[in-house]
Design a binder for this molecule. Sequence first.
Ligand code: FSO
Ligand code: SF4
Length: 549
Amino acid sequence: MFCYQCQETSKNEGCTIQGVCGKTADVANLQDLLMFLCKGISHYTVRLRKLGIEIPQINKFITDSLFMTITNANFDKSRFITRILMAYEMRNAAEERLLSAGGSRAGITFDGAFWRGDTEEEMAEKAVETTILTTENEDIRSLRELTIYGLKGMAAYAEHAFNLGYEENGIYGFMQRALVDVTNDSLSAEELTGLVLETGKYGVQVMALLDKANTSSYGHPEITKVSLGVRNNPGILISGHDMKDMEELLKQTGGTGVDVYTHSEMLPANYYPAFKKYSHFVGNYGSSWWHQIEDFENFNGPILFTTNCIVPPRKNSTYGDRVYTTGASGFEGFKHIEDRKDGQPKDFSALVEHAKRCAPPTEMESGEIIGGFAHNQVIALADKVVDAVKTGAIRKFFVMGGCDGRLKGRNYYTEFAEKLPKDTVILTAGCAKYRYNKLPLGDINSIPRVLDAGQCNDSYSLVKIALALKEAFGFDDLNDLPIAYNIAWYEQKAVIVLLALLSLGVKNIHLGPTLPAFLSPNVVNVLVNNFGIAGITTVDEDMKALLNA
Ligand code: FSO
Ligand code: SF4
């Protein structure tokens, strides 16, 4: 195996024996093989699209497959084997359709468009040939992988939007074209850089689509106090990012005596008007994803993963039999809730029955946190915010969104938030917020100093807020605003967020806690020279630089 797609990659070089995330080598290899086949299928669908033909099942298949290979989403070998077998069927269907529509496969030379092996042994043997290291030039490899990781993030967001009935063929079309382009040996580094930037453009589009899907379905997030404590009923803890799962779980738990709590990236579900009406929706329990070992132990009841980030339980963990996965997520030993069929909701009754046999959650915290500062809410407060800037009450905004992770050095973000001068405001989205969202940072003229817009995909909200402020201040350029960017990344959704920000022209982003291992020195130079991207140094040094920028 060779995987360097996330921030925790071994030695900041690459995982080669087993993932730091817990992914085994055989699963990592099967994931590579699945990507290889998705590229192969895309060779046909790109041609089909030129003939005006879309195959919705294939759009869904490729999107789901990309999503399943995101860091910490799915560790279940059998699911990848099933997917690989499905990939052959999808590819056959695409090929037949192409030929019957008068198209031709002449000129397709990519092996993934033809290779087939039905046994686990054949798959394992072929998989090692499809490793990303087969691209020898490190700059080309870096640009190809940067594109693919952006596509994986894009796929996650497209999938959540799809679940709510929103999709755009243009997004699927781009994903598949890009999957073909990364197999094209004649593309130069310059052309691939263009592809990376185009990925960012579609990143903005997919985040806008998901924002539309979420807000049209559940209303605009609004300022909300979220309880951190517990009640005396059994509960279900829901993690991940999928709002449709959230809705169906809330509906199916109503009147059962079972409460619902959010974990990690599901916290922003508390901000949606449509969910706030459920009296058995208690609040948030625990912290960011990597604290799950402790949080799940204490929760006592069943846990539902709707997406990543899964941490394999420890040998002495006792909660393994209480964990359920659904959608793209999976883990051998956890029970999996099947997809919706024929427009029917998922069936979460097993979790409800399971919860009834469990003790209520053990209280770990009490009190509340405040959130719900997505674009609609902040723009409603725009006059107040603009006024605070004009009078000097707010000197600067710091976008500190992104992800949390296990690395010790991520204390940097807690310290940074603590040391920020009192006339600054943090704008956040994603699980990075858990590094500082429970600190007593106070407010400025009743505007909280930490404004949480929501999940990592709600970084789109931060952009909309920035655009509204740009207009309010009459600036021509986003970069003229008093906003600094100090972003933390972990997995591939953060990659698409970063590429989206770059495509919108945001400059001088500080990215930490380490720069991605998949960026070659030359690609880093391109990002530094064209976008002013920088890593992080010390809190004091970075703060000085960002305050004065
Ligand atoms: Fe976090 Fe995990 Fe949102 Fe990610 S829970 S790390 S970028 O999946 O999605 O911020
Ligand atoms: Fe390693 Fe991250 Fe890949 Fe897991 S996802 S194998 S930790 S690089």
